[in-house]
Write a protein that binds this ligand. Structure first.
Ligand code: ADP
Ligand code: MG
Length: 326
């Protein structure tokens, strides 16, 4: 089973940032609204995520670490209505197959916490009592220690940490209800505090800066079950790189070609620009009209009615830009 896990890990766990993404998604799926991320040496040495979510019961710890054990899909029908972020039940198994993983958790209903440690080819899991408040901590040490070929592909500490920061940005942008804290080598690097309303605008300001919000027009359009909420940077926000382009579908960060194309086309048709616009776009669509199961790392989606979605986005963005350029 370990070999299968390591092969799957190749798809899910590309680098430290992908571990952070999977673990943060699990924390959010568990209802956490306070999440701490501690990184050592760009994640080469350690990735630790602590949350205040619903926790994992003692007798489910071992199961959580095994492949295709997901508590999130109960029937085949669920697959068509995926709203939770994780659903494949392979992240923890994959990560633990290429690292030294310790899982410590306490659900509210349990008076004491338990810790599972998992190492080696046989996936032997040992379980022992531990101290932990309500919630879960996952400690991933020595990523790729047993897959030297993969380890070789890790970039510098600095580069890997930048990828981690990028992941946290995206997740923070789509989860304004949660607070995030990021430490690197013991130093606090980022802190996004959830405001009482969990408002998107204040989270966007915290992540992308006040200047972005000041130079953005807000759009909210609903059409045939699709809803679009966006902040579109004006001409002042045009830039040479695409580093200020964020899009989310049903709460997931996406770098979907169709969405990107629709937005670019709108900017081009209004301003005839070749530079990169800045935007944050949130779309919600009935989960049955979109397939998020296209790629294990889940950056792409497949819309049932791609054309319709494309044209809806393009037109909505176009209308908004036209308004501010008049
Ligand atoms: P998936 O998220 O696709 O279900 P994972 O391998 O990521 O698969 O996680 C396996 C299971 O472990 C989850 O279904 C969930 O029940 C449990 N789990 C993982 N992380 C957490 C967490 N932070 N809090 C509570 N439960 C968790
Ligand atoms: Mg998961």
């Amino acid at each position: 089973p370990q070999l299968a896990n390591q092969i799957a890990a190749g798809e899910v766990v590309e680098r430290p940032a992908s571990v952070v993404k999977e673990l943060l998604e699990n924390s959010l799926d568990a209802g956490a609204n306070r999440i701490e991320v501690e990184i050592e040496k760009g994640g080469h040495k350690r990735i630790l995520i602590r949350d205040n979510g619903k926790g994992i019961a003692k007798d489910e710890l071992q199961l959580a670490l095994s492949r295709h054990a997901t508590s999130k899909i109960v029937t085949l029908d669920d697959l068509e209505h995926i709203m939770s972020l994780g659903f494949r039940g392979e992240a923890l198994a994959s990560i633990s197959s290429v690292s030294r993983l310790t899982l410590t958790s306490r659900p509210e209903s349990q008076s004491e916490a338990w810790q599972a440690y998992c190492e080696g080819r046989e996936m032997a899991v040992t379980i022992q009592p531990a101290a932990h408040p309500k919630g879960t901590t996952i400690d991933v040490a020595d990523l790729f220690y047993n897959t030297p070929a993969r380890r070789k592909f890790l970039r510098t500490e600095k580069t890997e940490f930048q990828h981690i920061e990028e992941v946290i940005k995206r997740i923070a942008l789509s989860n304004p209800q949660a607070s995030f804290l990021l430490k690197h080598n013991g130093k606090m690097v980022k802190r996004y505090v959830a405001d009482k309303q969990g408002s998107l605008a204040s989270r966007i300001a915290a992540v992308l800066g006040q200047k972005f919000i000041e130079n953005a027009v807000q759009v909210k359009v609903d059409y045939q079950g699709i809803s679009l909420t966006a902040w579109l940077g004006n001409e002042v926000m045009l830039r040479s790189s695409n580093d200020l382009q964020f899009s989310f579908v049903n709460g997931r960060s996406m770098r979907d070609k169709l969405i990107m194309h629709a937005i670019r086309q709108a900017y081009e048709s209004v301003w005839g620009i070749v530079e990169q616009p800045a935007f944050v776009v949130y779309m919600t669509i009935d989960p049955k009209d979109v397939d998020v199961n296209v790629h294990p790392a889940k950056h792409e989606v497949r819309f049932q009615q791609g054309r319709l979605v494309h044209d809806f986005i393009c037109k909505s963005v176009c209308d908004a830009l036209q308004e501010i350029s008049e």
